[in-house]
Every structure is written in structure tokens, then in C-alpha cells.
Design a protein around this ligand. Structure first.
Ligand SMILES: C[S@@+](CC[C@H](N)C(=O)[O-])C[C@H]1O[C@@H](n2cnc3c(N)ncnc32)[C@H](O)[C@@H]1O
Length: 397
């Protein structure tokens, strides 16, 4: 039986605090959740399930398919056990692979040493079986083997994603301080957004939040914009069934929204980049873009989700100016956003206090190493004049 149809454990890694959202995604795809850790969720399935996960999961980073789990006290045990795996069944002739690892073992000071041991075991095994060795290196655009070694337990995986899934393939122009795509998806899901009502994103930067929100509303699979995955380089990858799967999943995309999606930024360059990124992501025609100060963003009266990701300010002086900006966000919420659930995503809680409104929920996320909060504000009713049905600021075509 080919390894493509065998069931195994599948570990999906993610950013810290994201597992609750990832669990929901896995369950909604009809797969079980076996366990959840700080930054990963474990499920089980075949390589075919792994392909589906690569296409459909929004909040996960890497889909790791377990090949072997064993006891290893020291590097020699690791080498011996990894060379017992039949790598010649997975890695084609004349191919290239890289090794990544997560190592917490007292005998290993530098995880690169464990990587080398793992790489040598795979190369030596293949050389012994075929007489030729595969190429290896740091590139993750082909086959990736992942080693997880904690205490005496080692697990060896195929990283079926290759490059992390946050590289969706649509963000050609990242600009400064962009949010990772997978984190943006988790933040949007945390607002409860499913596509009902309006989605308003002032300070949109390169457009990541708006693009992820549009994909969620349209049920557009996040993996459709990407053409290369680790699994494509393995023995037995069937390109024609992959195309059928992609076509089937693409056909499930909706072609209309229930509300308006508006993304603005004060920087024309940011809005141009966001528009191009949205085009690559296949959602540009659903988002109205405009260049304006956040406070001038048109906010239709019938409610929805309104989210801002202002800068956090790392240097003095910047922080001073940002205090004023955060205060103005509070005024904007009070005066112009009644009927909405308002959100601020920030890594600076002191600045967040300047918004001056009572938070309804505070959800912790990590943007890389920076602990952040998604702050939710219930912006209750009150009468407000309807804004014009078009953006007043220039729309970037
Ligand atoms: C942290 S970045 C947003 C990053 C975005 N989430 C992404 O993924 O690319 C903050 C953005 O706010 C914009 N900005 C700063 N002050 C603004 C203001 N007063 N009105 C509108 N946009 C502003 C900046 O141009 C920048 O693009």
C-alpha cells in the first residue's frame, strides 16, 4: 500500500494562542482533534487529507505528516532510528530535501547538530539503497523533513507544506509591519466574522486583514493562490487528482457578499499594494479601497465588524504621536461606528488605554515574539446619518 493512502498522525503548527481557532477549522473539515498544545493541534488522516488541509486551513502554519516516533536518548540513537525509515519510498531520485527541527534534548546544545544527524541518516539510507545521494540544503521549496525531539522522544515528519502556509502567495508587496496571513485569519475569525454585515478596515496597510476577511466571507480556500507545496515533490504525487481537488474546492467559492468590505489607509502606496495583493488573492472586486485618514473612512449604518491595526510605536516620539492617534480611534468609534463591533489589534497596551472605551473582550495573540491583544468594543446604537454609498476618497483602480 502506498504511503499516500495510509493513515497517520498529522500535527498542524500555528502561532501561540491560535490553537482554539485551528481546532475549530479542523473539526469543521470533518477531521478529529486528538490533542492541542501551545502552538499546535494534532489530528489524524491520510496524505490525501494533508493535501486538503494545505488548501483549506487558514490559521495553521505547517501540516506535518508523522512518519515515525521513537525513543532517542542521544544523537546516535536518533541517527540509527531515522535510518530505519524507508526514505527511498518518499524521496525520488535526483531530488533535493531540507531538514528543519524543534529540539529540546539535554545532549544537544545546537539544534543544527540534530538537523545534520537527521540529514545524514536520510542521505546514507538512500545512498545505500540506490547508490546515489539526494541533494540537501536550507531551501524549503521542495521536500522538507521535520524533526521534533523533546527529552527522549523523537518524532520525524514530512512537512507537507514546505514553505509555511502563511506564505499564501498573494502578498507580493508586504510594506512595513504587515501581519502574517495566518495570524490575520485567526484575528478575523476571533471577531466572529463569517461574512454577514459590513467589514470595515481603516489603516489596512498591505490589506492582509481585509483579504483574509474576504476569503472567509466568500468561502475561498486560502491555498488557491499558491502553486508550490512540499508534498508535490514526493514519490507518488498525483498531479491530476490534485487538479481535480483544487477545481472542486474552487467551485465552492461564493461570488457575492452580504455586505460591503471597505479598506482604507492614509498611505497611497499602502492602498496600491493592498489592491494588488487583493487582485493576486482573487478578491479585489469585493473590496472597496480608498486613501484617507482612518477617521474619514465611510462606515455604512447597518453594522458589522470594524477593525484597525494601528502601529504600536517602538521608538520614543513615535509613541507620543500614537497616543493621540489611539485617542482619535476612540472618538471615531463613538461618533461614527455605532451599531458595529469595533476592534483594535495592538502590541502596546498602554497605547490601547488611550482609546478610552470599555473593552468587551481582550483576546491574546502573538505577532512573532510580541504579545498582542485584539480588543473588542461594543459600539451601541444611536442615530447616525447614512454615509454616501460610494467612497468619498479616491478609489484606487
Ligand atoms: C501596522 S500597519 C497595518 C498593517 C496591516 N494590518 C497589514 O497587514 O499590512 C498600520 C497602517 O496604518 C496606516 N496609518 C497610520 N496612521 C494612519 C491614519 N491616521 N489614518 C489612516 N491610516 C494610517 C499606516 O500607513 C500603516 O499602513
Amino acid at each position: 500500500m502506498s504511503f499516500w493512502t495510509k493513515k497517520s498522525r498529522i500535527v498542524i503548527t500555528c502561532a501561540k494562542e491560535v490553537p482554539p481557532f485551528l481546532k475549530q477549522e479542523i473539526l469543521s473539515l470533518g477531521l478529529p482533534v486528538l490533542s492541542a498544545g501551545m502552538a499546535e493541534v494534532e489530528t489524524e488522516g491520510t496524505m490525501e487529507d494533508a493535501l486538503r488541509l494545505n488548501l483549506l486551513i487558514r490559521t495553521g502554519q505547517r501540516i506535518l505528516f508523522l512518519l515515525g516516533s521513537f525513543n532517542a536518548k542521544a544523537p546516535d540513537d536518533l541517527y540509527r532510528r531515522i535510518s530505519q525509515i524507508s526514505w527511498e519510498d518518499y524521496i525520488p531520485e535526483d531530488s533535493y530535501f531540507s531538514v528543519t527541527s524543534s529540539v529540546h534534548n539535554p545532549t544537544i546544545k545546537d539544534s543544527r547538530f540534530a538537523n545534520v544527524k537527521c540529514k545524514d541518516a536520510v542521505v546514507d539510507r538512500i545512498k545505500e539503497k540506490r547508490g546515489r545521494r539526494p541533494d540537501t540544503g536550507p531551501e524549503r521549496d521542495r521536500i522538507v523533513v521535520h524533526l521534533y525531539w523533546k527529552g527522549n522522544i523523537a518524532q520525524v515528519f514530512l512537512d507537507t507544506s514546505g514553505e509555511p502556509l502563511s506564505k499564501r502567495g498573494y502578498r507580493m508587496i508586504p510594506l512595513k509591519a504587515p501581519m502574517q496571513e495566518t495570524l490575520a485569519a485567526a484575528v478575523v475569525l476571533a471577531t466572529g466574522w463569517t461574512g454577514n454585515g459590513n467589514f470595515i478596515n481603516p489603516m489596512c496597510g498591505s490589506g492582509t486583514l481585509a483579504i483574509e476577511a474576504a476569503s472567509i466571507a466568500l468561502n475561498r480556500a486560502p491555498g488557491l493562490s499558491r502553486s508550490n507545496y512540499g508534498f508535490m515533490h514526493l514519490i507518488g504525487f498525483d498531479e491530476s487528482s490534485w487538479k481535480v481537488l483544487r477545481r472542486k474546492i474552487r467551485a465552492e467559492t461564493k461570488d457575492r457578499l452580504n455586505g460591503r468590505m471597505i479598506a482604507t489607509d492614509v498611505s497611497q502606496q499602502a492602498v496600491e499594494a493592498a489592491k494588488k495583493n487583493a487582485l493576486t488573492a482573487g478578491v479585489d472586486r469585493f473590496i472597496e479601497f480608498g486613501v484617507c485618514d482612518f477617521s474619514q473612512t465611510p462606515v455604512p449604518t447597518n453594522g458589522g465588524v470594524l477593525i484597525l491595526n494601528p502601529e504600536y510605536g517602538e521608538r520614543m516620539g513615535e509613541t507620543e504621536k500614537l497616543r493621540e492617534t489611539y485617542k482619535e480611534i476612540g472618538d471615531f468609534f463613538k461618533k461614527k461606528c455605532q451599531g458595529y463591533k469595533g476592534y483594535v489589534f495592538t502590541g502596546n497596551l498602554d497605547l490601547a488605554k488611550k482609546v478610552g472605551l470599555r473593552t468587551n473582550r481582550r483576546i491574546t495573540f502573538f505577532n512573532g515574539p510580541i504579545e498582542c491583544r485584539l480588543l473588542e468594543y461594543d459600539l451601541y446604537g444611536g442615530s447616525r446619518k447614512e454615509v454616501s454609498s460610494k467612497l468619498q476618497s479616491p478609489i484606487i483602480k
